[in-house]
Design a protein around this ligand. Sequence first.
Ligand code: SAH
Length: 385
Amino acid sequence: MAHESLFGVLRELIEARGPLTVADYMELALQHPTFGYYKHGDPLGRAGDFITAPEISQMFGEMIGVWCAEVWRMMGAPKAFALVELGPGRGTLMKDALRATRKISGFHDAMDLILLESSETLREKQREALVEHAPRYVESLADCPAVPTIFIANEFFDALPIRQFEKGFQGWSERLVDIAKEHRLAPLPYPPHEGEGIAPRAVDAIGFAFTLSAPDPTYALMIPEDTRDAKPGAVHEVSLPALGIMRDISKHIAKNGGAGLMLDYGAMQPAGVATLQAVSCHRRADVFSDPGSVDLTAHVDFGMLAAVARKDGLATHGAIAQGEFLEAMGIFLRAAQLKQHATPDQAKDIDSALHRLTDSSQMGSLFKAMAITPPGLRDVPGFGR
Ligand code: SAH
């Protein structure tokens, strides 16, 4: 049946198959071929729904560029390497990173620039922003060439679907998305006639709501041991696609050499609460209000990502606060340098961007940076010793 909106698609699916996992809901809301959030339009920037670090200031991408070039040098400056960005948005981060590194001898010549992106609209913008670097696309990380590879992902993992498990008094259940029904009683005739009970209920579907599966002892097996005995009400989130992609990245680095840098909001040790959130026009929105037209994200479980990388024998660095990482990469020096040639208005903008990116009241500590490298690589830039 042809639908006019995602609401209809989801409703039919739930009616046919029962409540959806949060991951299925998120996947359809973000990636449905016609109505998915990332399938229509450009969500980024001031006019869009949210703004990301590279869109706040060129300094962010520049610091990532310096990181890539330094890591390449530490790898022995291989003559052929791949630079892979996951979810490059408008291409702004990569454009700034590559401008900042254009004078580093041999770096650009050795580089094969590869992008992974599901949105056709954003691919168009990336091609435009990066035209002089001739990027190419892969549909999956398995298609990346067998050369040393540097992976970059900023606010990519938070867009991948999560499942949510909730601890109750009888064990763990899964949080599911169901159709919310409003039960309206038809008015009773007055005075009631004998034998006439309550009038039949009229049931209208009005939207979606969370529901819980029956508690199931097998769910407990999916919860990490240190979380299993959490108090009733605790929520454990896990993103299988995130773990899968992290696995692909780790395996690729373990086999071919390279490194990875992931920046996102989240924590090494999740707080045991539900973090699925919707954002529209720079404001928090209801996760069910208008599926397909609001952005849905969840906090990234860096602890789990790190565990995946270690399983493949890699070393992990961080996650540390984004502010700490940027400071170690020299963002304050870069700001001072930019301000030397700036008008007073521009200098104010630079300071305010610096504050937003690094201050702990802004993006500085909720956002984290984590790197993965082969075990031999020491003194990874930005992560101290
Ligand atoms: N890194 C950019 C954009 C962040 S928004 C920045 O910092 O500005 C998330 C990005 O990931 C978008 O480019 C989006 O289209 C892409 N994306 C989301 N889910 C994806 C998926 N499953 N596969 C590939 N790209 C995806």
